[in-house]
Every structure is written in C-alpha cells, then in structure tokens.
Design a protein around this ligand. Structure first.
Ligand code: CU
Length: 193
C-alpha cells in the first residue's frame, strides 16, 4: 500500500470518526434532555450535563493522544536526518517555475532553470525551494490530481523538502498560494523515471 493510499484511507477514517463523534454528542444531548424530568431542578440537570461533558472530554483526549502516537509513524516525511540521494533546486517566479537538478550556485534571479525537470524514482530527493519575487507555494500533484507533498517558496529563504517518489510517471508542480494575475497558469512538470 503506497503512502498516498494510506493517507486517503486515513482521511476517510477521520471523516467517519468525526461524523460518529458528532452523532454521539447529539445522542448524549438528546439523552440528557429526555432523561431530565420536569420536577428535577435546573442545577441538577446542569450538573448532569457537566459530568457527562467532562467524561467525554477526557475520553476524547485519550483517543486523540493514542491516535496521534499511532498515526505519527505514517506521516510521509523521511526522518529529519535523512541523507539525500539528489538535490533539486526550485525557484518560484511570477508566473512560472525555474527547476534544475543539483545545488543552486547563483541567486534566485540569475538562476537558470526550466519549467520541467526529470528526477529518479525511489530516491530520497532534497528540494531546495525559494522565490525570486513574492510568496509562492510549491505543491506537487500526481497524475490523478492528488497532492503528494508541498512547501512554501519564500523570497530570501530556502525551504528544504525531502521527498521520495515511489511511482514513476508525470507529476505536476502547482502554485498553491495566490501570487497575482496569472497565478493559475503557474504549472510545472516533474518527470519521474
Ligand atoms: Cu501562485
């Protein structure tokens, strides 16, 4: 199972759990309202609601903490001390991408790169991402339109993004932060071989 499939499954699971949680809350409220007789004074009813709410809160905290520790391992990011097999330099410009294999040796303005780049599959790639003008967002989508990974492209700052493509194919680099008039045409291509 690829990391994308796991993420999609987790998203679906999170959706179902959220819905189930909402239904439980509604059910508890209905139960408390219906089980409170008219004779019972308001303070008793309030106390009952608060005690249910407190138990629900700590129960939810427990579920979230356990879920956090279990799901952290599934995050699609390599470890922080990952050794890169290859470096890819990325510069966002209004309104295209300058991309090239290897470490960038010039400033973002002088940097020569293409809107397309070819990288190997199953290698740990280190993307060094910056901008020549305004803030952009470097998002990589697979051919099915699923977001694979993302980082900001910021002027005067290098963001480092590690990513390994498990599947060869065509990937699209899309700017995910509105950066001006023809922002939506700011699309590049990554050929993964
Ligand atoms: Cu943009």
């Amino acid at each position: 199972m690829s990391s994308i499939t796991i993420l999609m499954t987790l998203q679906n699971l999170a959706g179902v759990l959220t819905l189930a949680g909402a239904i439980i809350v509604v059910a508890v409220v209905i139960f408390v309202i219906s089980s409170t007789s008219k004779e019972e004074d308001k303070d008793a009813a309030k106390h009952k609601v608060y005690s249910v709410r407190t138990r629900y809160f700590f129960g939810l905290c427990l579920v979230l903490i356990v879920g956090l520790f279990i799901s952290l391992r599934l995050l699609p990011y390599p470890r922080a001390n990952a050794v890169a097999d290859e470096t890819v330099s990325i510069v966002g410009v209004q309104w295209f991408w300058k991309m090239a294999n290897g470490e960038r040796t010039t400033g973002p303005l002088e940097f020569v790169g293409s809107n397309e780049v070819t990288v190997p599959a199953k290698k740990n790639l280190k993307f060094v991402v910056t901008s020549a003008d305004v803030n952009h967002s470097f998002g990589i989508y697979n051919s099915k339109g699923v977001l694979v990974t993302q980082t900001q492209a910021m002027p005067q700052y290098n963001n480092v993004l590690y990513h390994q493509f498990d599947e060869p194919g065509e990937y699209y680099v899309v700017c995910m932060e509105y950066c001006g008039q023809t922002h939506s045409y700011m699309v590049g291509k990554i050929h993964v071989q």
